[in-house]
Design a protein around this ligand. Sequence first.
Ligand code: ZN
Length: 170
Amino acid sequence: MNAFFKIFMSFGLVLLISCGETKKEEKKDGFQYDQAAEKTDTSEEKSQNEVLITGDDMMKYSTREIRVKAGEPVTLTLKHIGKLDIKVMGHNWVLLKQGTDLVGFASKASAAADNNYIPAETEDVIAHTKMLGGGESDTITFDAPAPGTYQFLCSFPGHFAQMQGTFIVE
Ligand code: ZN
């Protein structure tokens, strides 16, 4: 009985020692982890999502297709390079959510003169610039939506037929 107790005790001691060793190793691991965390990469890729699009007095955009990278902000500038007044040849740039009926949206927008031709309570718009007259420009920044193909248009009455295009997020 006495011998058994001794063996039991020494076994317990071994357990205690091994526990202590395990604890030390954990601490060591934790320290190494902290060092790794300090080395976190902070290099930034320069955004390629800077877009310039122009509109003119001929009721045309400079491009019908815009491509951007997903997961990054988009900075888009619309420049009206014509001379006509905003009331005659106003241009904006409106990006629609996927599944939005472009013609239906344009119809609602044309009735929203008091809100710069953006329907007041619409949920169809991802982003839009101000309405511009000749010589003006506006820059907006927004997060690129999920990868896919979207439509953009000028929502000034009657302009969407010519002033529309695809916005592709890759
Ligand atoms: Zn327009």
